[in-house]
Design a binder for this molecule. Sequence first.
Ligand SMILES: *Cc1c(COP(=O)(O)O)cnc(C)c1O
Length: 380
Amino acid sequence: MPKAKTYFKSISIARPDIGPLEKKYINEALNSGWISGIGPMVSRFERMFADFIGVRHGVAVANGTAALHLALMALGIGPGDEVIVPAFTFAATVNSVIHCGAKPVLVDASLCDWNMDPEKIKRAISKKTKAIIIVHLYGIPARLKEILEIARQRKIFLIEDAAEAHGALWGKKRTGSVGNIGCFSFFGNKIITTGEGGMCVTNSRNLYEKMKIIYSHGSKSHKLIYYYHPMIGHNFRMTNIQAALGLAQLSRINSFLKIRARHEDLYRRLLKNVPGIKFSPKPGSVTTVDWMHSILVDHPKVARNDVLKGLKEKNIESRPFFYPIHKMPPYTGYISRARDKFPVAEYLARTGINLPSSTCLSAGDISRVAEAVKEIIDGR
Ligand SMILES: *Cc1c(COP(=O)(O)O)cnc(C)c1O
């Protein structure tokens, strides 16, 4: 029976959408001989991405983690400093702080947007706090108004980890354009991809110039002076080949965002009356993007892991939410005060599932996933 056959076709969690334009640009890059971290497509990608975000400068880097590391270094953050980060995020947010020799201070999420709670940020600030890294998790912009106010009042830097929020809006501003530096990732499962890749964006000429030195071995060429290193830097550069892929992807981003929004609507419609299923928050003051299609399974008889397992049996890939940072061995030492609790991060991590999200998915694929979730829950 053909129906049974299509049922078992596997649906992957986040297939990248690579078309003829990507292949054309990559071939152009290869044919040009510019294949490393310098080249015309890198500069074009930096310009075009900065324009898309609505900022003056972009620095294309090797990956999103390097973008965070570079941002922290450019802001002069190092040993003795504290940086406020979410307890509910991808580990790279926290790792970048540790790689700089600074101390991450974890803050719990809030239920209304799954992002750091501004009140809890206030309580976590100490004399050593130099920066806050807010994460616009799963495409939901954080409460920038309150957080920006806190950063200004306390004179601390604001870094936006917008690795999951390309194109999201806070009022009329894109996420990533509001803080001192915005950091993006172009990993294969992100809204646009360069394979591996990332970008730092900023309106500050000074920070931009610092980042340009740090990200290329700490070197600065001038006229006939080469190999002069005014500081110890890294090699964080993005290659021209990656930038070629990025340029093609960026030219398609508006269509990607529309398709993702349509998929989110479809998931919501199909799962609306399924008991125990909750959707990601869509705060009225912001425009979210649908990086993943995130649901919570909060049901008296069905555990989240039952749904993960059930989907796997039906050949559908899904992912649990991020594991809470404070519950993993390398990070337990960073919980400074024993009274610190992270109940919201723990609740989200326990109940959350990301359903397949890709612009390559058809409406039929989405229906099949929703139908599968419904069957698993109804079967209990
Ligand atoms: C993906 C991601 C990163 C890291 O990006 P890489 O390109 O994988 O290094 C950082 N922060 C968040 C929130 C992410 O989702």
